[in-house]
Design a protein around this ligand. Sequence first.
Ligand code: KG4
Ligand code: ZN
Length: 338
Amino acid sequence: MYILGMESSCDETSAAVVEMGEGVRAIRSNIVASQIETHRLYGGVVPEIASRAHIEAISRITYQALEEAGITVADLGAVAVTAFPGLIGALLVGVNFAKSLAFSRKLPLVAVNHIHGHVAAAYLSHPDLEPPFLALVVSGGHTSFYRVTDYTEFCEIGGTRDDAAGEAFDKIGRVIGLPYPGGAALDKLAYEGDPKAIALPSPALGKDTLDLSFSGIKTATLNYLNGMTQKGQEVNRADVAASYTYRIVQAITQKAELALKETGMKTLVLAGGVAANSHLRASLEGLCRRLGVKLCMPDRSLCGDNGAMIAAAGYFRYLRREFADTSLNASANDDYNV
Ligand code: KG4
Ligand code: ZN
């Protein structure tokens, strides 16, 4: 069946057509209208501007997604939409558009948790992947471990107690003068520096917990940069990028090892925008090789927010007949019940 997936939780408006069924997981189209250039002027996402840009793009990209897939609305079997978590005004644009489309065309509507969507991107890149597995979602808003026991059953078992890794990358990227969002630029710059040049505190908390904290490493890096400025010394930005990335990747890898050992899971799924980070991918590849664990990561093009991952996650809720109706609302929070 064909599912239309719609995503508008932050700064990308996306619509995609995905074909799902017995032995079939195929992306027929995946249109992403990014607002990055608009928000770059402000060094971060401006929620009101994001909502307005979603409204301007959503109708156009939906028709584009159908056209590129070579189908019409009549060929769709369901509409899936991100309902939570995210920026509330941004989410409401996608939710209301999807509701109108579904109910005017009498199509089943499925509400999707954005985090489940990120994980579902791995189903599209790995056709044989099936639960149970351990999922590690690392994005602009999340850094969490989940025990995934079925396609729609997630149990959070640890993660950050404060900022997300993506937010931490973006923050230091901005401070050292990289364009917003800093994550991808910092990834590249880190290859030119020495990962051991600057001693920074590890974001990994105590030995027995899966929790992380990124506030300490952010503050230590800011203090280092301020100290260098006060001493009139020049900052080697590549060394900052390399040392910062090294510490973050090392901490996440350390907690992934503990989570795999604690859960006994034989498959690790890495997902979320930061799953595109080449250092993190390489580090987890090394870990999984050493532990004899299968590692499934979405293609880098599917790590950031997109409609295809929402359609894939929506399919599994569709199979369980977990449909939404016209009362569907959006929520900024993780624990919204749809
Ligand atoms: O999943 P996502 O697109 O949006 C959220 O749901 O938050 O993640 C966006 C985050 C941003 O913080 C961005 O800087 C980060 O993913 N990111 C990266 C890379 N590509 C995107 N962080 C590190 N390395 C990358 N290559
Ligand atoms: Zn996301």
